[in-house]
Design a protein around this ligand. Structure first.
Ligand code: ASP
Ligand code: MG
Length: 452
């Protein structure tokens, strides 16, 4: 059995859903369970409607609901579903949901109450609609699909907006409400992102939560494989905007994928895959627009390939804060004081390098900077380096690789390096440069580690 997840862009219109049906058809011997996101943009639209209603703009909220949510799904159904009777039934079903949502918006506008619980309920409609439509489309494509209800499968705590699964209850529920269908040759279609607490009240797993749903289902049901279908070929060796011959990474470890995600590779948030990785279930990232490409396979551990380096990534918008103080000499508690300031300003620190009398930290540039600096000034002399970027060379155990630092920095002879960090993790080697050198640095390193 496998679990296949399709993100919002994969179900954004009739043509995309038709394509999804083809992909599922090609996998039907593997006994798939299908998890879907809402059609691209719909969750944001629902957030906007709910917020408008809460602010008392009831008519605008209703208008948006009709134009951007109802009509969008209506058009998809009209273009997608051929059987007129099925089409009619489905449109009535969607109309009913939109009417319910419209009442909900009315209630929100009267009470002005948009609690996380109410918002979760409103947002759940996005996935409910996309799965209802796709289930019918699969049936028309001659597959035995069945609409499952993730509220009966994923059982969570009551942390609305960011609920966490109760794994034992979820396992029992998934066995009862999904596995039975799979065993009998049906293809369950499940909403990503939404779930319910033990009282059956709708919760959500947080934005982008469909990947998490997929990993949870795969994990509790011991799937053979998890397929995350998105709109890129997988994880690449570098940003293709900078490196034209960037290649797809065929296999990478969970640790490597996590380092990359941290430094801005936007394909997915690996932490959401953790439930699957912990059970050793491989996760493959695939492109629904180019299904023939094998994608990137993420596993708990991977075999070493020729190059220890798997990918080179970077993150812009970094400021390096240097604090130097002779008072720091031989004193303790200094770091705590400094970190308390960052904590107070909710600023996360990416890299830290210290010497006897100074400390350099890299942070994301933020509008709170002046306040933060004023606080820090009491501890020493501050020196800023702005418009910087972090470049990160990622690969399992690359730190053990002899000569790695030499290879990196001799390639970058003409690029001034502001800060270097190695050893915090054995999976990356990280340094800071001025943003103007990103293109040069990333392409040089790509040439070094992935020669054509
Ligand atoms: N539809 C939800 C969102 O946009 C969940 C997801 O797409 O994974 O956040
Ligand atoms: Mg998504």
């Amino acid at each position: 059995m496998i679990v296949m997840k399709f993100g919002g862009t994969s179900v954004q219109d009739a043509a995309s859903i038709r394509n999804v049906c083809k992909i599922i058809d090609s996998r039907k011997d593997k006994r798939p369970i299908v998890v879907l996101s809402a059609c691209a943009g719909i969750t944001n639209e629902l957030v906007a409607c709910a917020e408008l209603a809460a602010d008392g703009n009831r008519e605008e909220a209703q208008d948006r609901l009709e134009k951007n949510v109802y009509e969008r799904h209506y058009t998809i159904v009209q273009e997608l579903i051929e059987d007129l009777r099925e089409q009619d039934l489905l449109i009535r079903h969607i109309r009913q949901h939109i009417d319910d949502l419209s009442h909900l918006l009315y209630g929100i506008s009267i009470t002005g109450d948009l609690s996380p619980r109410v918002l979760d309920f409103a947002l759940s409609y996005g996935e409910t609609l996309s799965t209802s439509i796709t289930t019918v489309a699969l049936r028309e494509a001659k597959m035995r699909s069945i609409l499952a209800d993730s509220r009966e499968c994923i059982i969570t705590n009551s942390a609305f907006g960011r609920a966490e699964p109760l794994l034992e209850q979820t396992r029992i529920a998934c066995e009862a409400n999904l596995l039975n269908h799979v065993m009998e040759g049906r293809i369950p279609v499940l909403q990503g992102f939404i779930a319910a607490n033990e009282e059956g009240i709708t919760t959500t797993l947080g934005r982008g939560g469909s990947d998490y749903t997929t990993a949870i289902v795969g994990s509790v049901l011991h799937a053979d494989n998890i397929e995350i279908w998105t709109d890129v070929d997988g994880i690449l060796t570098a940003d293709p905007k900078i490196v034209k011959n960037a290649r797809r990474v065929q296999e990478m470890s969970f640790q490597e994928a996590s380092e990359l995600a941290y430094f801005g590779a936007k394909v997915l948030h690996p932490s959401t895959l953790l439930p699957a990785i912990e059970k050793n279930i491989p996760v493959t990232i695939l492109n629904s627009k180019r299904p023939e490409i094998e994608g990137t396979r993420i596993t708990a551990l991977t075999a070493r390939t020729d190059s220890a380096v798997k990918s080179i990534s970077y993150k812009r918008g970094i400021t390096v804060v240097n604090i130097s103080s002779t008072r720091m000499l031989g004193s303790y508690g200094f770091m705590k004081k400094i970190f308390d300031v960052f904590d107070f300003f909710r600023t996360s620190v990416d890299l830290v390098v210290t010497s006897e009398v100074s400390v350099s930290l890299s942070i994301e540039s933020s509008p709170d900077m002046p306040g933060l600096l004023r606080e820090l000034e009491q501890y020493g002399t501050i020196n800023l380096q702005e418009n910087r970027a972090i470049v990160c060379v990622v690969g399992e155990k690359i730190i053990d690789e002899r000569g790695l630092a030499a290879r990196i920095f001799s390639r970058l002879q003409n690029v001034p390096i502001d800060m270097i960090s190695q050893g915090g993790s054995d999976t990356n080697m990280t340094f800071v440069i001025h943003e103007q050198y990103i293109g040069e640095a990333v392409s040089m390193l790509h040439e070094e580690f992935f020669p054509a």
